[in-house]
Design a protein around this ligand. Structure first.
Ligand code: ACO
Length: 336
């Protein structure tokens, strides 16, 4: 039985900054409304003629993570790719990464799980390493939201929140049982699947031929629907529960947290959790103000930034926590 530790981190965000004021030219919204409700000031959306895709952004982040891990692409034993915005309906982007990085024909798996995707991905990778099956696993979270949003007033409740970007981590076998990923905790509650959903191009509700036949500007099935307040209320409860579950499993209390990286869903959710656990500003990392909600990419981007800024050091207890569509939620407890 081994542990896994994060040996390398990287992220990539497109250069194109879209401010709240720019959004207010596309739809009936305002900088004041967006900042007050979400904390977001700006996000990155790929520019119109950009060649960035979910897979290619993931590749950019992965290259940095692999280099920082001190390994080469030939040392990667397995690829885990989390996204809700794949380039293709199938295959998923895991295989695109294998090809783009010219990694030998290792396994590649794709994970949905939306905002919890990276936490689920880490758990999968960690367990492959714990059993001794693999030594180095590449985990990527990447999202290209901006091409799939309704940027009219009709979609303003969702489109102002999401941003594009990618983050990646290399997980490496760790012999010391007290170091690295100590535990992961995953949950789901499918009764709320329709509270935050894109119904197309799923075939469960309609024949795809009918979708094509009906396709018109009024068709909202390709755009995200979110019951915002319901999601918010569930998020604050589940975030708190799953952080506590992870802490208790390791005989820690909230005071033992050196750095909490919450999924960047809404600054108000992070602040609620921070207050509930009595954490200081130095114990929680937030960057939603500049990137918005990048779903599966938000934790690896924030974790990489926190690490780059020297906010995480050897021996720290780092907690990752996510909640999102599904509903799905989870946490990861790490001894750095
Ligand atoms: N600009 C201006 N007005 C707006 C906007 C906007 N961008 N969006 C909605 N409004 C209006 C609504 O139409 C509504 O107007 P009405 O009262 O006249 O009907 C009013 O503002 C309030 O709308 P609500 O949706 O109730 O606003 P709320 O306070 O709930 O904030 C928000 C919305 C920010 C989305 C919040 O509910 C939230 O953050 N929810 C949780 C999001 C989350 O955690 N998602 C999970 C992760 S995402 C994933 O997994 C894919």
């Amino acid at each position: 039985m081994y542990n896994s530790r994060i040996s390398g981190l990287g992220y990539y965000v497109p250069d194109n900054v879209v401010t709240n004021d720019e959004l207010s030219k596309m739809m009936d919204t305002s900088d004041e409304w967006i900042q007050e409700r979400t904390g977001i000031k700006e996000r990155r959306w790929i520019s119109e003629n950009s060649t960035d895709t979910t897979a290619s952004m993931g590749v950019k982040a992965a290259k940095i993570a692999i280099e920082r891990a001190g390994i080469t692409k030939d040392d990667i034993d397995f690829i885990v790719f989390a996204t809700l915005s794949p380039d293709y309906y199938f295959p998923g982007p895991g295989v695109q990464v294998q090809h783009a990085l010219d990694i030998k024909t290792v396994g590649a798996i794709d994970i949905r799980n939306q905002c919890s995707g990276f936490v689920y991905g880490l758990s999968v990778a960690d367990n492959f390493i714990k059993t001794g099956m693999y030594k180095n696993v590449l985990v990527i979270g990447s999202e290209l939201h901006s091409r799939g949003l309704d940027k009219t007033t009709r979609g303003r409740g969702v489109s102002v929140i999401f941003g594009d970007g990618a983050g990646a981590a290399v997980l490496t076998r760790e012999e010391n049982p007290k170091k690295g990923i100590l535990s992961t905790h995953l949950h789901s509650q499918g009764e709320h699947a329709e509270e935050l959903v894109v119904t197309a191009p799923g075939m469960g509700l309609r024949w795809v031929t009918d979708i094509l036949k009906d396709n018109n500007p009024d068709d909202e099935s390709y755009f995200p629907y979110m019951n915002g307040q319901f999601v918010f209320k569930n998020a604050v409860v589940r975030f708190s529960e799953v952080i506590m579950e992870g802490l208790q499993k390791n005989n820690f209390g909230p005071q033992d947290i050196d750095m909490l990286i919450p999924h960047q869903a809404n600054l108000r959710i992070s602040q609620f959790v921070q207050k509930k656990f009595g954490l200081s500003d130095d114990q929680v990392y937030n960057n939603i103000t500049k990137y918005g909600n990048t779903t599966a990419a938000s934790i690896p981007i924030a974790l990489t930034e926190a690490w780059e800024n020297g906010k995480i050091k050897e021996g720290d207890t780092v907690v990752l926590a996510a909640f999102g569509s599904g509903f799905t939620w989870g946490s990861v407890i790490i001894k750095w």
